[in-house]
Design a binder for this molecule. Structure first.
Ligand SMILES: Nc1ncnc2c1ncn2[C@@H]1O[C@H](COP(=O)(O)OP(=O)(O)OP(=O)(O)O)[C@@H](O)[C@H]1O
Ligand SMILES: Nc1ncnc2c1ncn2[C@@H]1O[C@H](COP(=O)(O)OP(=O)(O)OP(=O)(O)O)[C@@H](O)[C@H]1O
Ligand SMILES: [Mg+2]
Ligand SMILES: [Mg+2]
Lengths: 226, 226
């Protein structure tokens, strides 16, 4: 279970922007939630705070009763490595590594043998349709292929919680359907999934829609008016 | 009008991939075309070759009867600066420049005064809903905001031909609808528009759908079978 209390993020690097204000939400264990809302209104910011990749200006984030906003940086790194898989909106692949190596990197802290890492990475890349591209580097891959490497990497350490920022933004409808099938399986195994998305197809799978406008949580009935 | 003859692109940097083979197509002046097809099958490659941003392995590209594949690099740069606006799949914004400056850069070769550049850039950014972000740098912008800066930049030199690689991949449905409205207006002014897209909404506006699978042009009736 993921929980936030009065989560607030203000950027002030010469340009003051209130990206998130007073967000209170609950994500039950094993659920599939979608974060939706207009461009620039705080969705990626929220996902990064939930995943402990960034610190809020004020407010708290709880992951399985551990207050992420109160632990040390080392403890945070260890929790993320063990429990979280993150797909970034722009992938953040390492340009000098191959697709296979990019996926293996996510398994480094988990005590898996190098041989087993390679096998598992190859398996995951096959799952997302990239078996012919194992040794390709990101600049030799199409936009959607890079996105799929990022997805494979997020699944690599078999995380309890999968956080995905617009995972099908660069995928055609068939690749998106295949991805949704994979996500459905992962969720059926009991994993908690949170997806930022603009896609109606992805939203159809959600048990909960978290709607963010102007950095604030918008409740059910207000969405219909927009 | 844009025309290609037996357009072929093979990548061979240690990983041989036939990205495009023998593509023959025609894009009438003032039309709106969409390039669609599965992820990794050659759409971005095709758009880059049409826009003279890359050279084919064999075959020809004609832009208004000028053979892009035969002219000098300087002439190609001049044609692109005068006639083309390009939106990249991953934007290619300059990280050290603000949103305003990124849009102004596209006007540098067109002999427009600096003052006029600033006014026009501000106008275009306002058009895509970014009037509050003129002095923000790309790393201070959300994914969809960066995409919109890239779109404003492509419109900056008032190009005859607008080439866009998945321009709404990071936009919510409302921002996408606003973008489509803008594209409709640009097309109504007589500009030729070619859009790589996975979006059905964008495809609905097209007079021609160019379907690419496995690097080859797929004709109308074959699409329905997939
Ligand atoms: N520099 C390169 N070296 C080797 N192969 C490459 C290179 N660039 C692209 N490719 C390959 O060319 C093929 C076509 O890529 P392209 O980017 O045109 O696909 P796309 O249709 O735009 O895909 P997407 O919808 O995912 O963006 C892919 O298989 C890709 O791996
Ligand atoms: N480092 C930063 N400095 C200043 N402002 C920032 C910074 N990062 C993000 N912002 C601002 O915070 C707001 C929310 O950004 P965020 O990336 O969360 O939006 P988003 O909902 O994910 O948008 P999109 O759908 O376009 O990806 C935006 O107005 C953005 O300009
Ligand atoms: Mg975002
Ligand atoms: Mg592409």
């Amino acid at each position: 279970i993921i929980r936030t209390e009065k989560l607030t993020k203000v950027y002030d690097s010469g340009y003051r922007t209130v990206a998130l204000q007073q967000v209170d939400l609950q994500i039950p264990k094993g659920s599939l939630s979608c974060i939706m809302g207009p461009s620039g209104h705080g969705k990626s910011t929220l996902l990064h705070l939930i995943g402990g990749l960034d610190r809020p200006s004020s407010g708290k984030v709880f992951l399985d009763d551990v207050e992420l906003t109160a632990v040390t940086a080392d403890r945070l790194t260890e929790i993320r490595a063990r429990k979280l898989g993150f797909v970034f909106q722009f992938f953040n692949l390492l340009p000098v590594l191959t697709a296979l190596e990019n996926v293996q990197v996510a398994m480094m802290l988990a005590g898996i043998s190098k041989r087993e890492q390679e096998e598992r990475a190859a398996e995951l890349l096959k799952l997302v349709g990239l078996e012919d591209k194992l040794r390709a580097r990101p600049n030799q891959l199409s936009g959607g292929q890079r996105q799929r490497v990022a997805i494979a990497r997020a699944l690599a350490n078999d995380p309890e919680i999968l956080l995905m920022d617009e995972p099908s933004g660069n995928l055609d409808s068939r690749s998106e359907a295949e991805l949704l099938e994979q996500i459905g399986k992962v969720n059926a195994q009991g994993k908690t999934v949170v997806i930022v998305t603009h896609s109606e197809k992805v939203a159809e799978m959600a048990q909960q829609i978290i709607y963010i406008r102007d950095g604030q949580l918008v409740l059910g009935k207000e969405i219909k008016e927009q």
